[in-house]
Each structure stands twice: as structure tokens, then as C-alpha cells.
Design a protein around this ligand. Structure first.
Ligand SMILES: Nc1ncnc2c1ncn2[C@@H]1O[C@H](COP(=O)(O)OP(=O)(O)OP(=O)(O)O)[C@@H](O)[C@H]1O
Length: 352
């Protein structure tokens, strides 16, 4: 659906990136200087790379001028026209589409008569996304759209980007260096390091790959699993089923039956050789060790199969040795319910 190939030599930096991705959100992830912006600028047509191929569906965009590419671009800051109302900003460059539907989807109906100066950062960013959408783009480029917002504003805007992903048939190339954000939004993850692709694939596969952990940052590593809401309990917990059994989490504000994606951070998973008794953690699942990777510090990342899913745990190398952790080891993973924050549970999306 989306195919990108870019080769370019900057003085002292060689960019050589190629990936293909299905519909949905393709997240370009990498540390500062990995080459994300250069890829996006090539896709937009503002950087003339030595070699470039950009295909959306059956259409090659790389030979076209910047306007002819019809790419909607949303930057870190909203770049709205300050002297125009929200309505006029949305109408500017509108090529078609249903303004009412876009306004409803992004929850900005109450803002239409305001000027950008009277909007919060999150509201302004939703308007910027609406404006990009109404230009009927073939592709939406969201370049760190949440980076300038505080945590509360990020939490407010994320569900709208999920709706964009699930309800609008426009592919989205999403640049971010926040693992939490890509875990929540990405259909496909392209992990970049020093101008090259380290790994590309479905978000759950890439995020549970121990070899990608150094790129993601060991503190942020964590796996994604799909779960279904089973019941809301009176004591404030929600029971979910996943391939490894039942998961009890703090209340998840979704209806019974809904499918959600849950990010289980590696640092919240403990290992035990025998089924632990008399502990406060509510989630204990049998696991088989599938891969180990030592970090640069005292830690080791362990990949485990739980049911049909892969999860990660972060343990010290000392514990790994003491417990005799090797491929094929069988034991138990313990996930503390309260460790899984609400922001780590997100809308799932149709499997593509
Ligand atoms: N016009 C240029 N001339 C020379 N070097 C450049 C140019 N543009 C980018 N680079 C170099 O290419 C590398 C990748 O930069 P790029 O901005 O694409 O990275 P990034 O992953 O987007 O980083 P960030 O997250 O900091 O925005 C950097 O080393 C940068 O210095």
C-alpha cells in the first residue's frame, strides 16, 4: 500500500531506507539523527534525494511536484493562520470531502468560530489534522504531531488519531521517537538507526523483538498484546482475555466485548521458576523463554511466549544466571495489574 525507498548522501551521513507497509499508521521510529525527517522530506518532495521511490497504492508520487503529490502534512506545531477562524482555516485548501464529518470525527464543532490564539495546543493540532484531511490527501504525514504537547493534551488527542487510523482510508506516515505513542497507534513500525532500517513489520512483532530494544531504549521496551474485555468488576478492575488467559487491569473504559491492544512494559514483568503463591500481583501466566539479549548495562531482555503472544521482561544479568535462563526455559511471568497504566490500553484495529 505504501512503499518508500530513499538513498541520499549528506556530507558525513548516508541515508539508505526502504520499506513497504499495508494501510493504517506506519510509524517511523528512531533516535534523533536517525534520518526520520529526511525520509519524510523526501516523501513530501521537499528534499530531492539521490534516489527516491514513493508509491501509494498503484500511484508513483516521486516524479510529481510537491503540490501534485497531494500529501497532507502536519508538523509539531499546528501552523494555522492566526487571523482566520477555525472554520476558515479548515476551508483553506479544501478540495472536497465532508467538513461536517471531519469536524465531528475530530471533536472540533464547538471551536469553529474561534481564532487559533484561543485554542489549546491539542485543539489546534486537531484543527491542523482536519485541515490536512480536507485537502483530500493521498497520504498524511504526521511529523512528531504530539511532541510539543504536555501529557494531558497528548492523552486528549490520541483517541482522535486512532479514529483517523480506523475510519479514514488514507495511509498515515507517522514520525515519532516516543515508544508509548507508536505502541498505541502504529499498524507497522519502521525502526531506523543511523540512516538504515533495523527492522520493519507489524507493530506487535517489532515491539516484542529483543534486537530492536536497543533502538527503542531499554526503559521503554515492552510488548503489545491484543485482548478482549470480559467484565468490569465492582472493585475497579477490568478482566480481559488474551491468548495466555485472563488479564486483570485497572478499569478500562471500553465496553464488554471490545478488543483492545495492551502494552505490557518489560520492566513491569517479573519471572518465577515455579508458580508463585501468596503474592499481591494478580496476573501470573505460564511462559516459555524464546530469546535472551544482554544489554550494555547490568540488564538482560528476555522474550517469552505466553499463549500465542510474545512478551518481554527486563531482568538483571545476575538474576538470569541465578535462574538458569536459557532458550526453552519454562516458568511464570508475573504482571502487576496497577503497572499497566490507562494510556497503555488502546483501541485495537482491524487486522490487515
Ligand atoms: N541538509 C543537510 N545537510 C547535511 N546533513 C544533513 C542535512 N539534513 C540532515 N542531515 C543529517 O542527516 C542526519 C539525519 O537527520 P534527520 O533530521 O533526518 O534525523 P531525524 O531522525 O529526523 O532526527 P530528529 O529526531 O532530531 O529530527 C543527521 O545526521 C543530520 O545532521
Amino acid at each position: 500500500m505504501l512503499e518508500v525507498r530513499v538513498k541520499h548522501d549528506f556530507p558525513g551521513f548516508a541515508l539508505d531506507v526502504a520499506f513497504e507497509a499495508p494501510m493504517g499508521v506506519t510509524a517511523l521510529f528512531g533516535r534523533s539523527g536517525a534520518g526520520k525527517t529526511s525520509v519524510v522530506r523526501t516523501v513530501a518532495g521537499v528534499l530531492k534525494a539521490d534516489e527516491a521511490l514513493v508509491r501509494v497504492g498503484d500511484l508513483r508520487l516521486d516524479g510529481l511536484s510537491v503540490p501534485a503529490r497531494r500529501i497532507g502534512y502536519v508538523f509539531q506545531e499546528p501552523r494555522l493562520f492566526p487571523h482566520m477562524s477555525v472554520r476558515a482555516n479548515l476551508a483553506y485548501g479544501m478540495r472536497g470531502g465532508d467538513m461536517d464529518a471531519v469536524v465531528k470525527m475530530l471533536g472540533i464543532a464547538a471551536l469553529l468560530d474561534r481564532r487559533p490564539g484561543a485554542l489549546s495546543g491539542g485543539e489546534a493540532q486537531r484543527v491542523a489534522i482536519g485541515r490536512a484531511l480536507l485537502s483530500q490527501p493521498r497520504l498524511l504525514l504526521l511529523d512528531e504531531p504530539l511532541a510539543a504537547l504536555d501529557e494531558a493534551r497528548k492523552a486528549e488527542i490520541l483517541p482522535y488519531i486512532e479514529r483517523l487510523r480506523d475510519e479514514v482510508g488514507v495511509p498515515i506516515l507517522y514520525v515519532s521517537h516516543s515508544v508509548a505513542e507508536i505502541a498505541r497507534l502504529a499498524t507497522t513500525v519502521v525502526a531506523l538507526e543511523a540512516g538504515r532500517v533495523v527492522r520493519v513489520g507489524a507493530a506487535a512483532d517489532v515491539l516484542s523483538d529483543p534486537d530492536v530494544v536497543p533502538v527503542l531504549g531499554v526503559r521503554e521496551a515492552g510488548a503489545l498484546v491484543t485482548a478482549r474485555i470480559e467484565a468490569h468488576h465492582e472493585d475497579g478492575l477490568t478482566a480481559l482475555t488474551w491468548s495466555a488467559g485472563t488479564l486483570l487491569l485497572p478499569h478500562v473504559a471500553r465496553p464488554v466485548g471490545a478488543e483492545v491492544r495492551v502494552r505490557i512494559e518489560a520492566q513491569d514483568v517479573m519471572l518465577a521458576a515455579t508458580r508463585p503463591e501468596g503474592i499481591s500481583a494478580l496476573n501470573v501466566v505460564p511462559v516459555t523463554l524464546t530469546a535472551l539479549r544482554d544489554g550494555e548495562g547490568p540488564g538482560t531482555i528476555v522474550q517469552l511466549r505466553a499463549g500465542d503472544d510474545l512478551i518481554l521482561a527486563r531482568v538483571t544479568r545476575r538474576s538470569a544466571t541465578a535462574m538458569g535462563l536459557v532458550e526453552g526455559w519454562q516458568g511464570y511471568a508475573v504482571v502487576k495489574s496497577v503497572a499497566v497504566a490507562a494510556g497503555n490500553v488502546a483501541a485495537s484495529f482491524p487486522v490487515l
